[in-house]
Design a protein around this ligand. Structure first.
Ligand code: 3AT
Ligand code: MG
Length: 361
C-alpha cells in the first residue's frame, strides 16, 4: 500500500501542476492587449511632452514586471529630466486639462492627494472589450526600481515563479482579499510574500537573494541610491541564470505544487504575525528592531498598532511597511483564506476541483 500511496501522491502533483500552468496561461494578457497598452503609453507620452519636452513616460507595476494578468490596470510614471520642472501637483492639473481636451479618456486629476496622480479610463470598445484603467504619477523612481527588482526575480525562473505569483494574484482577487482600500493586501504585497517565501523560507531556497549577492564590480554611492535609499541589486540575469543552480532538486512539477502547498501552510501556521517582519532584503526581522511593534499596553486606538498588524518591509524603502493598510479584520480574513486553501489542498482533490474550490468567488 506504500507504493499505492506514493503513486497517488505522484498523480496528484503531476495533475495539479499541469492544471496550474493551463489555468494561469489563459489568464495572461493577449499580445493584442499588450500592443494596445504600449500604443496608449506612447500617445500619452507625446501629449505630456507638449507640456514638458524633457519628459519620459515609463511603465511600472504589473505591466512592466512580468506579473500581469488580463485587463490589469496600467501604472505609468512620468520622469522629467530637466532641472527646472513643475511640481507634481501642477503637472497633474495641467495634464488633466490637456487630456480632457485632447482625448477620449475619462480623466480624474488628483492634484492634492498624498501622491498626486492623474487617473484615466477608457470605455470598452470592440478593439478593447474591457476598456483600460491607468494611473499616471510623477518622479516615482523607487517604484521603477522595485518593478525592476520583481522583474529580475521573475526572470530567474520564469515558469515556477510566475506561475505561483500569478495564481496567487488571481486567488487573492477572487477571494476578495486584494484591496488595500478595504483593509487587505495589495498585489505588490502578495508578490513580496511569495519572493520572501522562495528566498528565505524554502529550504533549499528556490531563488537567490539579489540584494545580498556580491557585486561583479565596484559600485559607487551615486549609481545605487535613490532618494537616500540603497536600490542596488544583482541584475545581470543572464549571468545569474548560468551561475545560480538552486540546490533544490524537486522537479518543475513538484516545485510548483509543493511551493503552493508550502506557501499556504507557512502563512497559515508558521509566520509570526505578532512579532515578525517579512523582509526580502534581510529575511525574518523583529518588529521591535524596526520600531514597528504593536504595543499591547497602549490604547486600543493606537495608530502605530493599527498600521503594523502585518509587517512586510519594502525592499528599498526599508522604513515603509507595505502592508500598513491591513487592519485587524483584514488580517483575520487573509489568514482565514490561507488556512482554507491549505485545507482544500490537504484533501488532495482532483486538480480541476482543487482550482475551482480555491478560487471560488
Ligand atoms: P495588479 O496587476 O495591478 O493587481 P501590480 O503588480 O501592478 O498588480 P500594484 O497595483 O499593487 O501591483 O502596485 C503597482 C506598483 O506600485 C508596484 C509597486 O512598484 C508600487 N506599489 C504599490 N503599492 C506599494 C506600496 N505599498 N509600497 C510601495 N510601492 C508600492
Ligand atoms: Mg497595477
Amino acid at each position: 500500500t506504500e507504493s499505492r500511496h506514493a503513486s497517488r501522491a505522484r498523480f496528484f502533483v503531476a495533475e495539479l501542476s499541469q492544471a496550474l500552468f493551463d489555468f494561469v496561461i489563459q489568464l495572461l494578457p493577449t499580445a493584442e492587449e499588450m500592443a494596445v497598452k504600449e500604443d496608449v503609453r506612447k500617445l500619452l507620452e507625446r501629449l505630456i511632452r507638449t507640456i514638458e519636452p524633457d519628459s519620459r513616460l515609463l511603465s511600472f507595476g504589473s505591466t512592466a514586471n512580468g506579473f500581469s494578468l488580463r485587463n490589469s490596470d496600467m501604472d505609468l510614471c512620468c520622469l522629467i529630466d530637466s532641472e527646472e520642472r513643475l511640481s507634481s501637483s501642477d503637472m497633474v492639473t495641467m495634464l488633466g486639462d490637456l487630456l480632457e481636451r485632447e482625448t477620449k479618456f475619462h480623466v480624474k486629476p488628483l492634484a492634492h492627494a498624498r501622491i498626486p496622480i492623474v487617473k484615466l479610463s477608457l470605455d470598452p470598445s470592440p478593439g478593447l472589450p474591457l476598456g483600460i484603467a491607468c494611473d499616471i504619477g510623477f518622479e516615482n523612481r523607487l517604484a521603477l526600481e522595485n518593478t525592476r527588482l520583481l522583474m529580475c526575480y521573475a526572470m530567474i525562473d520564469p515558469t515556477r515563479v510566475r506561475t505561483l505569483v500569478l495564481f496567487l494574484k488571481v486567488w487573492s482577487k477572487r477571494r476578495k482579499i486584494n484591496s488595500p482600500y478595504s483593509g487587505t493586501l495589495s498585489s505588490y504585497g502578495y508578490v513580496l510574500l511569495v519572493i520572501y517565501f522562495l528566498v528565505h523560507v524554502k529550504n533549499p531556497p528556490v531563488l537567490p537573494n539579489l540584494q545580498q549577492m556580491p557585486p561583479m564590480r565596484p559600485i559607487s554611492q551615486d549609481d545605487t541610491h535613490v532618494g537616500g535609499y540603497n536600490t542596488w541589486f544583482f541584475d545581470d540575469i543572464e549571468l545569474l541564470r548560468q551561475r545560480w543552480q538552486s540546490s533544490n532538486t524537486e522537479s518543475v512539477a513538484e516545485l510548483c505544487v509543493f511551493n503552493l502547498i508550502d506557501f499556504f501552510r507557512y502563512y497559515s501556521r508558521d509566520f509570526s504575525y505578532n512579532t515578525g517582519v517579512a523582509s526580502i532584503r534581510a529575511g525574518l526581522l523583529k518588529k521591535e528592531s524596526k520600531g514597528w511593534q504593536n504595543d499591547l499596553s497602549s490604547s486600543k486606538y493606537n495608530d502605530a498598532r493599527e498600521r503594523n498588524r502585518f509587517c512586510i518591509e519594502d525592499p528599498f524603502e526599508t522604513d515603509f511597511n507595505v502592508s500598513r493598510c491591513v487592519t485587524k479584520e483584514g488580517l483575520y480574513l487573509i489568514r482565514g483564506e490561507f488556512m482554507r486553501a491549505s485545507r482544500v489542498l490537504a484533501m488532495r482533490p482532483r486538480a480541476l476541483t482543487a482550482l475551482a474550490q480555491l478560487c471560488e468567488e
